[in-house]
Design a protein around this ligand. Structure first.
Ligand code: 5GP
Length: 180
């Protein structure tokens, strides 16, 4: 068997989280979530589009009854956060009475998730929590607490594993820092 190594994209300065690191951490998150929601019907709400790769891997590490739904919000253009959140695509099913776990790629200022928590919270779910792959805690403008966090990272712009820059790089299998 040959050992396959993913070549690093020329626009990437360095790999921050490689595939084995991501896989191992997501397995741990899946185990914790499975234990916390045992016996309950969990709804994972993926925030499009950045969370799709993470969601796809995370859901396969969750045991038990689990369904998925999606929302698409707009709040971020290019490399700067505008702080405005618009719902471009809403849940297909009613949130009332459900155990909802928001699955997000990254928490930066927290503005997106704090608006989303207000919105979904007003729909009276049974529970409402956040699972974020990445957390730039030092960049917070509003307080948002994610119950599950994959990795805390520094304030640098990252792409790959679902995260984009102008819709590029989402398909990279690792999380990397973009060259300036
Ligand atoms: P917040 O509202 O917390 O400032 O922003 C959250 C959103 O900003 C994320 O869902 C993501 O789309 C985008 N974002 C924040 N930091 C980064 C980053 O380093 N790389 C990429 N690709 N997107 C980011």
């Amino acid at each position: 068997m040959s050992v396959h190594k993913t070549p690093v994209h020329p626009d990437i300065e360095r790999i921050l989280l490689d595939e084995p690191t991501l896989r191992a951490r997501i397995k741990e998150l899946g185990q914790r979530i499975s234990a916390d929601y045992a016996g309950r019907r969990l709804t994972l709400v993926g925030i499009l589009r950045g969370s799709v790769v993470f969601l796809g891997d995370l859901m396969r590490e969750i045991e038990g009854d689990c369904q998925i739904d999606f929302m698409c919000l707009s709040s971020y253009e290019g490399k700067g956060s505008t702080g405005r959140v618009r719902v471009l695509l809403d849940l297909r099913e009613d949130a009332e009475g459900r155990d909802i776990l928001i699955v997000e790629d990254i928490v930066d200022t927290g503005l997106t998730l704090s608006s989303l928590l207000d919105l979904l919270g007003s729909r009276k779910p049974r529970s409402l929590e956040i699972c974020a792959l990445l957390d730039k805690a030092e960049c917070r403008k509003v307080e948002v607490k994610a119950k599950y966090v994959g990795f805390e990272i520094k304030n640098e712009f990252v792409v790959g594993y679902g995260l984009d820059y102008n819709e590029k790089y989402r398909n990279l299998p690792y999380v990397g820092v973009l060259k300036h």
